[in-house]
Design a protein around this ligand. Sequence first.
Ligand SMILES: NC(=O)c1ccc[n+]([C@@H]2O[C@H](COP(=O)([O-])OP(=O)(O)OC[C@H]3O[C@@H](n4cnc5c(N)ncnc54)[C@H](O)[C@@H]3O)[C@@H](O)[C@H]2O)c1
Length: 385
Amino acid sequence: MIYETANTMKTKKLSLGIVGGGPNSWIGHVHRISARFDDRYEIVAGVFSRNSKLSISFGKSIGISKDRCYSNYKEMADKESKRNDCIKVVSIMTPPASHQVIAEKFIDKNIHIISDKPFAGNLDQAKKLYKKIKSNKKIKYALTHNYSSYPMVREAKVLIEKGKIGKVQYINVEYIQDWSGGTKITSKNAKKKLTWKIDNKIVGVSAVLNEIGTHAYHLASYISGLKGKQVFADIKQISNKIKMDDNAQVMINFTNGAKGMFWTNVMARGGVYGLKIRVFGSKGSLEWVQNNPGYLKLNPGKGAVKLLERGFHNAELSKKFSRIKFGHPEGYLDAFANIYKEFSDSLKTKSKKRFFYPNEDEGLETAKFINACKVSSKRKRWVKI
Ligand SMILES: NC(=O)c1ccc[n+]([C@@H]2O[C@H](COP(=O)([O-])OP(=O)(O)OC[C@H]3O[C@@H](n4cnc5c(N)ncnc54)[C@H](O)[C@@H]3O)[C@@H](O)[C@H]2O)c1
């Protein structure tokens, strides 16, 4: 596939509205910084919390004019769409089960969407949202599966497309987190510690899969270019008293016959943001670890392992997505900002070429994957994705 990459020319900023990401939301901060990183967007409107007082005071505190700090997303979509200077793009960073309804409201007003993952809370919502996006030719949609935006992840994708490791045969992804905060989670403190993550009406069909399993599946498909065909999943709840999925082991068969294994866990003590992917092909293999994101291990199969370095001469593509010279560390924010940068370029072109940023196609795929895992885990058998 031929991809479009973002250009470096500066043009008029895109006006951006925000839904979610209030005062204590870390990812809210990440979105706001990412949007500003390349001076492509200007945040001019928002609703930052379900609590309207908090939303308005927070909006004002980050410099948004009072008349564009809204009490809820419906009011924001309605009032913005009547303004001559209506926002061009809205970024959604609320909990999973609300992504669909919020996005649809803005799509109806012809406002482009950048949404955080998961695509939707469950497969039903995902299908509705996908249909809605496809039915409006005036809007574009980007999904912040941000791990796919690291320069060396994109380098890996292109190396595989060029056949450097041959036909992909095995993919292993490990993504573990520790939500315990170092203490024992009990039925008494679970609500305080895990908030909406223990409520399926808010987190959606599965906490561990909607929160991080979706990243594991997306990363594997993105790098390999393969879609999942079947899964055999084993999903575990933290306990009978706390109804939250905290561990998922997933065996997966891909469309080309490749096999994969994902391990995702949100209660792995000390397992702080351990994201790692290994892809093995008929000729060689690749390995990327988020904690050392500037490097990609390439084993061409015929000799010594090569360590490819971001921005260096042996990783040409990665230069396009690097803001920092090789040899200096680059990270999460830079990768996230690649989505904002490319999305603004995509809004300027009618080209049919795909950009590297994940969109609704990948969104629906991830929702199908999660749904199949839930069914498989319940029925204890292989299930089609
Ligand atoms: N891409 C990533 O790496 C990444 C990392 C963390 C979180 N996330 C995603 O971001 C989303 C939010 O997660 P979080 O950890 O920031 O949650 P959070 O609870 O810390 O923050 C959510 C914020 O949204 C606000 N909110 C909720 N419903 C709203 C509504 N209807 N209108 C306006 N504001 C509303 C809340 O008041 C809160 O400020 C989730 O979908 C999560 O999966 C993505």
